[in-house]
Design a protein around this ligand. Structure first.
Ligand SMILES: *Cc1c(COP(=O)(O)O)cnc(C)c1O
Length: 369
């Protein structure tokens, strides 16, 4: 370890969070665990292995690369790509048994052509835009699209799904989306078009919209023990802790400044620690002069701006803190904790960005495997 900085991943927390999710959705609803962006920064393979051990055999990924990594690790369960790629990549879905999201006829035809070559039917999921304004056709355009897919003999319609943009802030908009989606499902059924899986719920759907479960849910953030919203009514166990060390301590006299911009001025003589984490590690620059850290179970403010490789911490007159002490940037110490949610609030961003932007070069240590 050339720099004293690391991430601890407490795998046992996944068991707890899954238990909570299963309690919400019940046993008849399939859980498709979302693992995109390297399992939200937690590390794709160790997380996938743990979830598989816990009985999850349906994963949502964000790239073909992630899907191939799972296959190369020996995973044999289902993988749904939650995004779309150009049709040149169609052969990969067949070769690696990856289920695509289909939103274009052109892609579907190419997939069908490739599947026909080896006489193997490939399952697909169709995405419907009920309000996200991203991937997929609007509901009234779906009928003709699905009819076209039905005529392709080497494609099978495994799933149809939609996504919520405002499940946290607009209950009636989300309910309206669900109604549109359910009406569409009903109309397709009348035309004898049935899918194995119908899904819409992300984490917020799981916690706040029981009527969004249908027969599959796609939780991401809550699996990792993080809440997108302060008052989300679910008890979760955070999976990730983010740590660094004090690499230097100095006495800073009253009136001296600390850091770029010289905007931290010592109000009195104090000890200032330099810590081995910076914005290039994924500790946002926006935390400058704002965040707190935990050392030996005590909270301290950072002093001045976040640097590329360093932050400075105001120890005040605390004499107990020493060079080499561990600094918790995210995590628990004794009765105190700093959550990804806290960093997000201080940096005025969302917790998703905090966990997924912790640099991939920082070593992850897997504990309670
Ligand atoms: C990322 C993603 C999810 C998971 O969202 P969370 O808010 O993390 O639960 C679900 N569905 C789709 C299509 C996604 O892209």
């Amino acid at each position: 370890m050339y720099r004293k900085i690391w991430v601890d991943i407490n795998l046992r927390a996944f068991s707890e969070n899954l238990k909570k999710i299963r309690k919400f959705v019940g046993n008849s609803v399939k859980i498709a665990a979302v693992l995109k962006q390297s399992a939200y920064g937690h590390g794709l393979i160790p997380v996938a292995r743990k979830l598989y051990q816990e009985g999850v055999n349906y994963f949502g990924v964000g790239s073909i690369n992630e899907a191939i990594q799972l296959r190369e690790d020996g995973y044999r369960g289902k993988i749904l790509l939650l995004s779309v790629v150009s049709k040149e990549l169609a052969p990969f879905f067949i070769r690696f048994g990856i289920t695509p999201t289909v939103v274009e006829e052109d892609f579907a035809r190419e997939l069908n052509r490739q599947a026909e070559k080896i006489k193997q039917v490939i399952p697909v999921h169709v995405k419907v835009d009920t309000g996200m304004g991203r991937l997929g056709f609007y509901p009234d355009q779906i009928h003709s699209f699905v009819e076209k897919l039905k005529n392709l003999n080497f494609i099978s319609l495994e799933g149809i799904y939609t996504h919520f943009p405002v499940a946290d802030t607009n209950f009636s908009f989300t309910q309206q989306q669900l109604k549109i989606f359910q009406d569409l499902i009903k109309k397709l059924k009348e035309k004898h078009i049935d899918f194995k899986y119908y899904h819409s719920a992300n984490s917020l759907g799981v916690v706040n919209y029981p009527n969004s479960y249908l027969n599959m849910v796609r939780p991401g953030l809550i699996l990792y023990g993080v809440k997108s919203h302060q008052d989300l009514k679910i008890e979760l166990e955070p999976v990730l802790s983010f740590k660094a060390k004090i690499i230097f301590i100095k006495e800073v006299p009253q009136g001296r400044t600390v850091g770029y911009g010289a905007d931290f001025v010592a109000k009195s003589n104090r000890r200032i620690a330099t810590v081995s984490v910076g914005y290039a590690d994924g500790y946002p620059w926006a935390l400058s002069n704002k965040s707190k850290v935990l050392i030996k179970g005590k909270l301290f403010n950072i002093a001045g701006r976040v640097c590329m490789d360093h932050i400075m911490v105001d120890l005040g007159n605390d004499k107990e803190i020493k060079k080499e002490d561990t600094v918790t940037l995210i995590g628990k110490e004794k009765d105190k904790k700093i959550m990804a949610e806290d960093l997000a609030a201080w940096a005025q961003t969302i917790p998703y960005e905090i966990v997924t932007c912790i640099s991939k070069k920082i070593p992850r240590r897997y504990i309670n495997t």
